[in-house]
Ligand binder design. Structure first.
Ligand code: ADP
Length: 260
């Protein structure tokens, strides 16, 4: 059981209660929303609150079913079986969080389906073993619908196995509270940063793939807390991470200058 402190998480709506019910009812959960809006922190918070170990896997386009389930390895001239994080989570009754699940290779779907419907089984083809997930095991996946990669969208047959929670950047007062708490800055500065972020977010449609996240606001506030000039902190932690185009950087810095 987890004994560490519960990571701080500011709830946006009913997500904490919903997650608790999903856990008790053995339902898998899908979190959708833009990067840096608190999905990972939410899962860390819930795992600690529910007293379950957490296995987090950042999915990428080379991640295969074997990376999740496990594989035979060679050591000391012998082959032995090595559980992947998903298998370990099933055995231990842990929470397994697959971040950006749509990035993973298609063969992972075959593994996730029987585990995310009422069978709750993990067949390990290579060893012939079939694991039955204990009641404490929970599968949580996330993805960012904003990327709109049609090839990599989530198939309805997968999506409809999950209870889905939509995340977004928190309301301004809440986001300011998060920034103040996470970076240790005063409420006034946090509120000003959130105003700036919302001004930048409006520009999103024009040039940027992704808008300023809560994570970037926390980074910016942290640099300011360390004594960096506001404009230098905004450039390094809020503007440069958003774009590689020098002209767009300067356009965004003009917005920054109207706030700091
Ligand atoms: P995601 O998984 O959605 O990309 P994270 O959970 O990693 O985003 O959030 C990024 C950072 O933003 C966190 O490390 C935390 O500092 C802050 N954060 C965002 N939302 C919240 C929240 N609701 N409560 C507390 N911190 C938050």
């Amino acid at each position: 059981m987890e004994t560490g402190a519960i990571p701080h998480y500011q709830a946006q709506a009913q997500e904490v209660t919903l997650f608790e019910h999903a856990f008790r009812r053995q339902l898998p959960v899908l979190l959708k929303g833009p990067t840096g809006c608190g999905k990972t922190r939410f899962v860390e918070h819930m795992a600690a609150k529910l007293g379950r170990p957490l296995y987090t896997v950042a999915c990428h386009d080379d991640l295969s079913a074997a990376d999740l389930v496990g594989r035979h390895l060679i050591g000391d001239g012998e082959t032995y079986w090595n559980d992947g994080p998903l298998t370990r989570a099933v055995r231990e009754g842990a929470i397994c969080y697959l971040d950006e699940v749509v990035e993973a290779r298609k063969d992972t779907t075959v593994i996730l389906h029987p585990l995310s419907d009422n069978r709750r089984i993990l067949p390990i083809e290579r060893t012939g073993e079939t694991l039955h997930a204990p009641p404490e095991f929970m599968l949580v996946v996330s993805y960012n619908p904003g990327y709109q990669n049609l090839l990599k969208g989530m198939k309805p047959s997968t999506r409809q196995r999950f209870v889905a929670l939509r995340f977004d950047y928190p309301q301004p007062e809440l986001e300011a509270r998060i920034v103040a708490q996470e970076a240790g800055v005063d409420d006034k500065l946090a509120a000003q940063l959130v105003k700036l972020a919302n001004a930048l977010r409006v520009l999103k449609e024009h040039d940027l793939e992704e808008s300023a996240s809560t994570r970037l606001l926390v980074y910016t506030a942290t640099l300011m807390q360390d004594g960096f000039e506001p404009q230098a902190a905004c450039r390094a932690a809020l503007v440069e991470p958003l774009t590689d185009d020098p002209e767009t950087v300067e356009a965004l810095m003009e917005v920054v200058q109207t706030f700091f």
